[in-house]
Design a protein around this ligand. Structure first.
Ligand code: ZN
Ligand code: ZN
Length: 125
């Protein structure tokens, strides 16, 4: 008796080529539904059963979404804190920001923003 054709983990009927079912636990033969050929269950012993991995079994670490970091710009860049007396409220510290408005030889203008009352003024160097 010719053995069944094996393709991967599948067995095909040697007579008609029909895909044979896997033998049940107690069965010694697998009956071909097409031609009635009886394939011994032992033919399946060496068949490699390929287990299909479940998609959810994929490493979760690789699927973890990176935390999107949104930089907050809600705090305005007022410059560096300097010791400057506010002409509005008299507070001793203000944020200074030097801006080169005109050409270099005309000097720069320093903008001050009071750290207390947010009053703004500028000083020409
Ligand atoms: Zn058959
Ligand atoms: Zn002030």
């Amino acid at each position: 008796m010719a053995g069944a054709h094996k393709i991967g983990s599948l067995l095909f009927c040697p007579t008609c080529g029909t895909l044979l079912d896997l033998p049940k636990d107690s069965e010694e033969f697998v009956l071909c539904e097409q031609c009635g050929h009886e394939e011994p269950a032992s033919s399946y012993e060496n068949v490699e059963i390929t287990t299909t991995s479940h998609p959810d079994a994929f490493p979760s670490a690789l699927r973890q979404k990176r935390k999107t970091q949104t930089k907050r710009h809600d705090q305005q860049d007022m410059g560096t804190l300097a010791t400057e007396k506010c002409p509005n409220c008299g507070y001793s510290q203000a944020y200074s920001k030097e801006l080169q408005l005109r050409s270099a030889d005309e000097g720069s203008t320093i903008f001050y923003t009071c750290a207390s009352c947010k009053h703004g003024w500028r000083v020409n160097n």
